[in-house]
Design a protein around this ligand. Structure first.
Ligand code: DC
Length: 224
């Protein structure tokens, strides 16, 4: 049997990480995990339980008390459940995007999610995308890809995604959210977004999905 490797895909918001990770996993018959969805699930929990006040401050002691009661499950069909409630669509809204980086900067939140992520990948055969997968979650991953794309391309892609879902938003606020999240994610104290020293960079600005997949598959084939 061909060996099953671990593939870590990191990068900035909306540069195509999840799309690439998903199609790569499909092609290889691996498990795909979108770790960002897990941070979004906790952000959603905070919003629903009024743990974020009007000034955007998170009630840390409350959240930490609740953390053990938060159960996150992901199905092979990419549905995500928070304490059995299907929140797949609810976590993709600007409301969640606006607070998720702040939630993801909390050490106890990260420890909880990193533990779950490592369990999910314990047997290899996984493609996980996020911000700290190659640096913290799977530092020994056989293949690490760091995805980038210009801010303009990322904004247009995310805008198209949101519009297709009927969200009312505009170029300026989408770009602002992406840049603000990139800043918070790269400058936070706990596991900031960073390129692992052994990661290969993929700039998706001028590549379509098929070209990105072909590029990644070629890297995998070299390893297998
Ligand atoms: O990939 P995404 O945009 O859905 O991620 C949502 C947020 O979660 C993002 O702003 C940063 C955070 N995140 C993180 O800190 N670590 C990860 N492994 C994945 C996401």
């Amino acid at each position: 049997m061909q060996k099953k490797i671990t593939i870590a895909i990191d990068g900035f918001a909306a540069c195509g990480k999840s799309t690439l990770a998903k199609s790569l996993a499909q092609e290889l018959h691996y498990t795909f995990i979108d770790s960002g969805a897990m941070y979004r699930a906790i952000a959603f929990y905070c919003l629903e339980n009024h743990l974020i006040d009007h000034s955007g401050e998170i009630q840390l002691d409350h959240l930490e008390k609740h953390l053990d009661n938060i159960q996150i499950e992901m199905s092979p069909e990419q549905k995500i459940y928070l304490n059995k409630q299907d929140i797949t669509d609810a976590i993709r809204t600007p409301r969640v995007a606006n607070v998720v980086s702040q939630v993801a900067s909390i050490k106890t939140v990260r420890s909880k999610l990193v533990e779950i992520q490592r369990q999910m990948g314990a047997n290899g055969g996984i493609v996980m995308d996020g911000r700290d997968i190659g640096t913290v979650v799977f530092p020994n991953a056989e293949l690490k890809i760091f995805v980038t794309a210009s801010a303009e391309v990322r904004t247009q892609r995310r805008l198209a995604e949101l519009m297709a879902k009927g969200e009312r938003t505009d170029t300026r606020s989408v770009q602002q959210n992406l840049l603000q999240r990139d800043h918070l994610d790269s400058t936070r104290k706990e596991s900031p977004l960073a390129q692992a020293s052994d990661a290969i960079v993929l700039d998706t600005s001028n590549l379509n999905r098929e070209e990105q997949l072909a590029w990644a598959l070629e890297k995998v084939q070299r390893l297998l």
